[in-house]
Design a binder for this molecule. Sequence first.
Ligand SMILES: [Zn+2]
Ligand SMILES: [Zn+2]
Ligand SMILES: [Zn+2]
Ligand SMILES: [Zn+2]
Length: 360
Amino acid sequence: MIGIFNNYLLYEDRMDSRNVSSETSRNKCAACFRQFNKMEHLVEHMRISYHSVHEPVCGNCKKHCRSYESLREHLIGPLPKQECKNVFNVRGCKFCLTLLDSPNARRVHLERCQHSGGLLTNFANLGLRDNLTLDNGYARGRQVVALACKMVGGGNDGSLDLCARVCLIDENENIIFHTFVKPPIPVTNYRYETTGVRPEYLRDATPLRQVQKKIQDFLCNGEPMWKIRPRGGKARILVGHDLDRLHLEYPAVMMRDTANYPPLMKTSKLSNSLKYLTQAYLGYDIQTGMQDPYEDCVATMRLYIRMKSQNHAVEDSPLASDPQNRNNFASWRQSELERMSPEEMLAISRSDYYCWCLDS
Ligand SMILES: [Zn+2]
Ligand SMILES: [Zn+2]
Ligand SMILES: [Zn+2]
Ligand SMILES: [Zn+2]
């Protein structure tokens, strides 16, 4: 969905970049457009910036941004680039930040892009499904599931987060598992207004340990934990927000966490909340009033599918950490790099994170 039109290059833009005087453009980063007085400084910048085809890119000027948040700032504000903002106002999608061909194309696009209805399911009718069974499901491709939970409070002041409710869904937003969980220590604050959890719901609920084990087995899907590899195999990809909180035992290479996926983060260290991401990138509100983990599952799955659908150029060995690339920049002599054009340097640069488009 995203980036379908990324390759759409305005003729004027091409002319613009040629008009820049050759001396400054020689030391200008081909991705983020930062300018350097000396070529060696640009080379230094390229060694540490890990620019790649997987970064969010402005559909107008082709500037690479580290995250969707910085692209949003570039296109919408508070400090936008005026020329890009003007084009974006006419035919940009404020949810996925793509630039469409025309205002009409935008109208059509928005109908698919914005989940304006939010969740149509009536939570009251969701019920519980705690008969999670191991099955081999549909055979083609990696299976993907999303997991979320709701926390009640433990400890003297009730501030300790304890998982009291979990939900697991498949890629089509169908519930696989939805149940109350009995925390290992006493609950001191049920946080009823937001969780809807009452003491009697947890009294006979499955203990946390058992739920964790059940979910882990389901994720592994018959494969021993040590055998799980990112490619090939039956183990399932796990989508969620802030999955570390759940203390699951599962390989990190199989997790897709919307809280620490660089393109969706606020800064390189700060996460966005799921509530914010859903509002900004999917166009609807979640976590208002009484909350059901199903709602969080759906939001993370939709974000995942959107990120997975990014239309990026296919490269050999897409990651900076791939053995073939490990020393991409290091293996080149400084003098050789300094003779390259900024575009040539960008072409050998690779991402330092795993882009979810590689899952498709
Ligand atoms: Zn740069
Ligand atoms: Zn990508
Ligand atoms: Zn731009
Ligand atoms: Zn869109």
